[in-house]
Write a protein that binds this ligand. Structure first.
Ligand code: SAH
Length: 229
């Protein structure tokens, strides 16, 4: 039984989640989608971990959500399964991953509200998404620079991050200030979920877009590295 922190998953959501994991494990031998192949570990470290963002997402607008660097579909595709009225865009720069994601979305009957883009986030320009999610995609300051231009005013970046962020959170704060975002905050996963899935110490960083992002962002990866904000 999947522990989601007190929430019962509907049968449609569960079917999508289970079929996604099955397809991922079946494709994994050929295209190396994940280092985790034990189904119990996948349930804990991919599925439960993705669902840890659900209550935070539901606290604000979430008609549209973009998952940046979606990889094998976590957290974006799992969230799409449990948020039936949200339009979800999964973005990854690696074609073999987005081909997998497109096959899953199509075969699960989600293609009408789940779009898959093969692109670098830098190339998307600006957007009006309510939520940008990202897990295991680069440093937080980079993520802030990539995500804020994509958000609608009031929209939120929700980044999956373990604790002990110290300097990384401070650098993200400088980037958020420059791009029109709020001071980044870190919060632990909901307690019941963290306990059941043994994910204590894991959490989410939230940055809200408060002002329009000045033009010129995001800068290219080389410039971001040479001139941190
Ligand atoms: N979110 C997934 C995958 C993490 S690996 C998970 O947590 O399991 C990071 C992924 O981000 C890779 O698939 C990589 O191709 C993608 N990525 C990194 N930088 C990116 C960028 N600037 N634009 C789009 N995708 C990016």
């Amino acid at each position: 039984m999947l522990e989601t922190g007190g929430e019962r998953l509907g049968t449609d959501a569960l079917r999508v989640i289970v079929d996604h994991v099955r397809l991922m494990l079946a494709w994994n031998a050929a295209i190396n989608l994940t280092a985790i192949s034990d189904p119990a570990a996948v349930a804990r470290l991919h599925v439960a971990d993705s669902l840890a963002g659900l209550s935070t997402i539901r606290e604000g607008q979430h008609a549209t959500l973009l998952d940046l660097g979606s990889g094998a579909g976590f957290p974006g595709l799992t969230l799409a399964a449990v948020l039936p009225t949200t339009r979800v865009t999964l973005v990854d720069s690696v074609g073999k991953k987005t081909r997998f994601l497109a096959v899953v979305a199509e075969s699960m009957g989600l293609a009408g509200r789940v779009a898959v883009l093969t692109a670098r986030a830098e190339a998307l320009g600006t957007g009006r998404w309510d939520v940008v999610t990202a897990r295991a995609v680069g440093g937080l300051a980079d993520l802030v620079e990539l995500a804020l231009p994509l958000l609608a005013p009031g929209g939120r970046l929700i980044a999956w991050k373990r604790g002990e962020l110290g300097p990384e959170l401070a650098a993200a704060g400088r980037a958020a200030h420059a791009l029109g975002g709020s001071v980044p905050t870190w919060r632990p996963y909901p307690e019941a979920l963290a306990r059941a899935a043994q994910l204590e110490g894991h959490g989410l960083v939230v940055v809200r877009k408060e002002r329009a992002t000045p033009s010129g962002y995001p800068r290219d990866p080389g410039t971001r590295k040479r001139r941190p904000l």
